[in-house]
Ligand binder design. Structure first.
Ligand code: 5AD
Ligand code: SF4
Length: 440
């Protein structure tokens, strides 16, 4: 069958789509690049906020017109499939099957039965599925950087979050298979790998009951040792688990990215407690100081939610204050969105009016814009090693790449080519990008 894959949501979902492609190719199917050639479209979905789900529903309805022209099965995969299960096929009549994040091995079987016309659902969650033995097919990548999924699931139960329900129990993948995947990518010419998990700091692998456990800092040490020419990044870290040991390993290896994504969610202790985050503002700031102590040049990025249940104006201002204190290099900023069945949906009131959420979010966005610009201005004059990724969107004469801090630099191409490491001096900036010139 000709299959077309469409992915929404986080990096983890993009990594999962590569596992899905691998499973399907092995079963004799083809992945096509144009929707028009497809007999079946697989939509890998996100359930984290209501607008993510609405977007997928619009897409599913939009595909109806194509379905009228020729036979096209629609399968919904991922978090939304898991959350809504068969109900999704009742609500969206043109969906033929739903498959949750732990059931992708069942896809070949499901596809083989499509012609029977029976609608199918595979949504069992697993306690041990990590797809460790599956070599992901790198979809639409640049051949330079790749994701490696190191663990699945989450059991932190932040009160607003649907992920523990859609992705199940936390489980780690064996270090041997992870390091082997990194080695293979390096052999194929990749220059950067990003280790992915919902909460990478709680990565833990035990070889049998008496065996020693491998922790995340140890895993990082092993992956960073594959080659000094291969950069290693990771996401996401939970502040409660960010250890000094990890920071020490990072500081020891120049090829581990100087970049930590540390979602804060709120700058107020009462709200953090309601969110079930297990840390305080003081603890968070201590972790930020520790990062700066070990790696003064490390960039710090975050996620934040505006207008969580019962958040007051003063509590919102605490978030703005924390943003100024930390001086984030980048932030993903969201309005609180109630997710059915979470603790917050069951026990708290979503009582901040939407216009107030919007205004608070806009204030955070405006402040973050100023902070990012100030941070970038301070970079002017510095020289960075940049991994070249491709031609700039604005001009064919320019290339872009990222430094170890994960900041994008744009510069005149000179003799550089994608996949090279080059030295670039920063000469100017916007809030989002550094502009520079090659250093001979
Ligand atoms: N509403 C808004 N944002 C959310 N996030 C998770 N759940 C919700 C929700 N219900 C955000 C958090 C998380 C990021 C991936 O998405 O900031 O870190
Ligand atoms: Fe990824 Fe979370 Fe969306 Fe699932 S709900 S796809 S884990 S962002």
């Amino acid at each position: 069958m000709n299959l077309f894959l469409e992915t929404y949501g986080c990096q983890m979902n993009f990594a999962d789509s590569e596992v899905v492609a691998s499973i399907l190719l092995k079963a004799g199917h083809q992945v096509v690049e144009r929707l028009e050639e497809a007999e079946c479209v697989l939509i890998n979905t996100c359930a984290i906020r209501d607008n993510a789900e609405q977007r997928v529903r619009r897409r599913v309805r939009e595909l109806q017109s194509l379905q009228q022209q020729h036979r096209l099965y629609i399968g919904v995969l991922g978090c939304m499939a898991e959350r809504l299960q068969s109900q999704l096929m009742v609500e969206e009549e043109n969906v033929a099957f739903v498959v949750g994040p732990d059931a992708y091995r069942r896809l070949p079987d499901i596809l083989s039965r499509l012609d029977n016309g029976v609608r199918q659902a595979a949504v069992d969650l697993s306690t041990d599925e990590t797809y460790a033995d599956i070599q992901p097919v790198r979809l639409g990548g640049n051949g330079i950087s790749a994701y490696i999924s190191i663990m699945r699931g989450c059991q932190n139960y932040c009160s607003y979050c649907v992920v523990p329900y859609t992705r199940g129990r936390e489980r780690s993948r064996s270090p041997q298979t992870i390091v082997e995947e990194a080695r293979e990518l390096f052999r194929q010419g990749y220059k950067e790998v990003t280790l992915l998990g919902q909460n990478v700091n709680s990565y833990r692998w035990c070889d049998g009951p008496s065996g020693n456990a491998v922790t995340f800092p140890e895993l990082m040490e092993q992956v960073a040792s594959v080659s000094p020419m291969m950069r290693v990044c990771f996401a996401t870290s939970h502040p409660k688990d960010l250890s000094d040991e990890l920071l020490q390993v990072m500081a020891r290896h120049a090829n581990i990215c100087r970049c930590i994504h540390l979602p804060v969610q709120s700058g107020n202790n009462r709200i953090l407690k309601l969110m079930n985050r297990h840390y305080t503002v003081e603890w968070y700031l201590d972790r930020v100081s520790a990062i700066r102590r070990y790696m003064p040049d490390c960039s710090i990025t975050t996620d934040v939610i505006a207008g969580f249940c019962s958040e007051t104006e003063e509590e919102h201002r605490d978030t703005l204050k924390l943003f100024r204190q930390v001086g984030y290099d980048y932030a993903y900023m969201f309005k609180y969105s109630l997710r059915p069945d979470t603790y917050a949906a069951r026990h708290l009131r979503d009582d901040v009016p939407d216009e107030v959420k919007t205004r608070r979010l806009e204030e955070i966005i405006a402040l973050q814009g100023e902070i990012a610009l100030e941070n970038n201005r301070r970079e002017i004059g510095r020289i960075y090693e940049v991994l070249v990724e491709g031609t700039s969107r604005r001009s064919k004469e320019q290339l872009f790449g990222r430094n170890s801090q994960n900041k994008v630099l744009v510069f005149d191409r000179g003799a550089a080519v994608p996949g090279n490491y080059v030295q670039v001096r920063v000469t100017g900036c916007t809030a989002a990008t550094l502009l520079g010139e090659l250093v001979k």
